[in-house]
Design a protein around this ligand. Sequence first.
Ligand code: ZN
Length: 183
Amino acid sequence: MFRPLTSYLQPLEAPASNLQPLQASYLLISSYPNYATNFLINYNTKGGAMKVLKIDHLGIAVNSIDQGKNFWMDVLGLEFEGSETVDEQKVTTAFFPVGESEVELLESTAPDGPIARYLEKKGEGIQHVAFRVENIDSALQELKEKGIRLIDEKPRKGAGGAKIAFLHPKSTNGVLVELCERD
Ligand code: ZN
């Protein structure tokens, strides 16, 4: 909700209330840099500057993409968009677009990879939920400032050239949340 800048100047001495908005914002920023930064982040937005655009995809751990994709393709009739191996993650991914989102099947390429460990512990199932954000760097910065535990402090490269980062399930009601930014 819009509030005039001068209404944020309560902590300042009396003369401040006579300032014009432009002078007031200059004074605010120079006197209270952190306060002003938060103000600018929260200004006119709900809950922060971070913009979550949509659910980008659901990451589903499978023992085998070849076998797993039967259900998604043959039964649900989804289109197979292609697969890609991300060496850094020791995973092969296969994407199936559904409306504005996608199903991402994840098959491990190594016994010590994150998907292999997940399958060992929990078996096949939804391993993560990915939200598309407008700007992943500023989103991570904002979440960090809000005390959210990050698995990745900096974005890394995901499938399809996306910039991705994971948030710790301890901070997200037990859900492994992936943020992703795509061009
Ligand atoms: Zn993903």
